[in-house]
Design a protein around this ligand. Structure first.
Ligand code: ATP
Ligand code: MG
Length: 495
């Protein structure tokens, strides 16, 4: 069989930022009808590589060849014209516009100078039908589940004749069912000759979806492999270049004093939620996307108002009207959405870490103890392995996973008795996940309570001592680690 020609070739791509070589001469070829994963630890250069392809940034050196011809003056518009589309973890949809308007946003068809709504809706229907989904094109995007929003994102990229579809961590917020759907769509696109470039820290997905994997490490190209000829272990070894050992630490637990008690908590999103958490316990929260887990935690923390119910911490009733109250009362919340809630992107790493805990770093009333601050911040940077030339770097210049670690460090610096982690390892690489689990163990060893919301079953079952399951705003079950199976949890999560 004649070997097909690559549709897209990246040649010796280099990108240098002050103090960081994000990409150091990376060459990879992509073929039509093939899904090709780019793997590597946080900060390896994956997103930078993608941005060079889409023209969002200019490489310092290197060439891009599309269908055998060199692309000159690449830009987001130019790459889109060529048929290169990218979807990201953070959606670019407009919530108050309809599905059809979102699909054609920026490309509205016109007739006699006016937007041709008829044509737009018909075309949108055609695209959704191709993708095999049954939603009305008149629905407002804000009323769709995250899974469907993801599909609208894909539909958007099909308005133009797409040749290369890039997905940078597309599956992060999806449930298992939604994932299956996404896989079907990717398969269909592949069979129509589209070349897929896929980035995800969930390695099972890479193995299910892709034919090829290329590995980046510290901005360097390491190697490309055929999925059929490799294993997850080998991939991890290639990515991290060291032996990781056991993924989950042993965290022993003996029932001890009650620290937190939540009684009949009710608000706009959740109904009659009651549970307790004990000293030294890791308490897991399971449920499908939208089950109300985040909403319970936001209410406890003081980020959302409570209608009725009580929160009791160490035998005292507390009232958290704002997150500031929550922190003062000893409750910390690591949010799932670090872009909008967790990190302050325009501030430095140091400022972000000390921000929730200025008191802990003050000398007297008005002065920040700069020496202690610097020591502690550097210590966190080391333990969490935050990849940066300096703690004075702005958080917005860090890779996605490293931003998440900064948010984590911020909460570790506080003196909270209860730490709530909402999807703590989303977008985090295998090595760093292990570091985060080790930190959870340290926290509970020190007598704190850790509450963890997670959609990753293995993590939930291996790390939690007890798991509470939610469904539609209520608690639908509870299960001990020793009795937990994936089937039992899913069963409780679905009614
Ligand atoms: N605008 C910028 N200014 C300075 N440094 C940057 C900038 N953008 C990226 N970097 C650095 O380039 C390196 C590669 O980052 P990149 O975002 O490509 O990593 P990644 O592989 O996508 O990681 P993740 O898995 O965490 O998303 C990192 O060290 C990052 O801090
Ligand atoms: Mg990235």
């Amino acid at each position: 069989m004649e070997k097909t020609k690559p549709i897209l070739e990246l040649k010796e791509i280099k990108k240098v930022y002050p103090g960081v070589t994000a990409l150091n001469g990376v060459s990879i070829d992509f073929y039509p009808g093939e899904a090709h994963a780019i793997c590597g630890e946080n900060g390896a250069g994956k997103s930078t590589f993608i941005k060079c392809i889409t023209g969002a940034i200019k490489p310092t050196e290197g060439r891009i060849v599309f269908k055998g011809e060199e692309v000159t003056d690449n830009s987001p518009l130019k790459s889109m014209d060529l048929g290169i589309s990218a979807i990201y973890q953070e959606f670019n949809l407009i919530p108050f516009l309809s599905v059809a308007e979102n699909i054609f946003y920026g490309n509205y068809p016109t007739r006699k100078g006016l937007v041709d709504f008829d044509k737009m809706e018909k075309e949108s229907e055609r695209i959704l039908e191709y993708l095999g989904v049954d939603i009305s094109v008149k629905t407002l995007v804000k009323d769709l589940s995250i899974g469907y929003q993801q599909i609208v994102e894909i539909a958007k990229s099909l308005v133009k004749d797409v040749k290369v579809l890039i997905m940078d961590e597309p599956s992060a917020p999806l449930t298992n069912n939604e994932l299956k759907y996404l896989f079907e769509i990717v398969k269909k696109l592949k069979s129509d000759g589209v070349s897929i470039i896929y980035i995800s820290h969930r390695l099972e997905e890479v193995f299910m979806l892709c034919e090829k994997i290329s590995v980046l490490r510290d901005g360097n190209y390491v190697k490309s492999m055929d999925v059929a000829d490799t294993t997850e272990e080998e991939l991890i070894r290639t990515m991290v270049d060291r032996d990781l050992g056991e993924q989950y630490p042993e965290v022993p637990y003996k029932k001890s004093d009650k620290v937190l008690e939540v009684k009949n908590l009710t608000n706009k999103y959740v109904k009659d939620v009651s549970f307790s958490a004990y000293k030294g316990e890791i308490l897991g929260f399971a449920g499908l996307v939208g089950a109300g887990r985040t909403e319970v935690m936001r209410a406890i923390f003081g980020a959302d108002p409570i209608k009725t119910g009580e929160i009791i911490l160490e035998n005292q009733k507390i009232v958290n009207r704002t997150p500031k109250d929550g922190i003062q009362n000893g409750i910390g919340l690591l949010t799932e959405d670090r872009k909008t809630q967790g990190a302050i992107l325009g501030m430095t790493i140091r400022e972000n870490i000390t921000y929730a805990n200025l008191e802990g770093f003050s000398k007297g009333k008005f002065f920040v103890d700069q020496k202690k601050e610097m020591n502690d911040v550097t210590e966190y940077q080391k333990t969490l392995n935050i990849k940066t030339p300096s703690v004075e770097q702005k958080v917005k210049n860090l890779s996605g996973g490293n931003q998440q670690k900064v948010v984590l460090a911020k909460w570790l610096a506080t003196n909270c008795k209860v730490l709530i982690f909402d999807e703590p390892t989303r977008g985090i690489d295998v090595g760093a996940k292990q570091e985060i689990y080790a930190i959870m163990k340290e926290l509970v060893d020190a007598g704190k309570v850790v509450i963890m919301i997670s959609s990753e079953m293995p993590e939930l079952m291996c790390m939690s001592h007890r798991i509470i399951v939610m469904h539609e705003g209520r608690i639908s079950g509870e299960i001990l680690k020793s009795e937990a199976t994936q089937e039992k949890i899913l069963e409780m999560a679905s009614h």
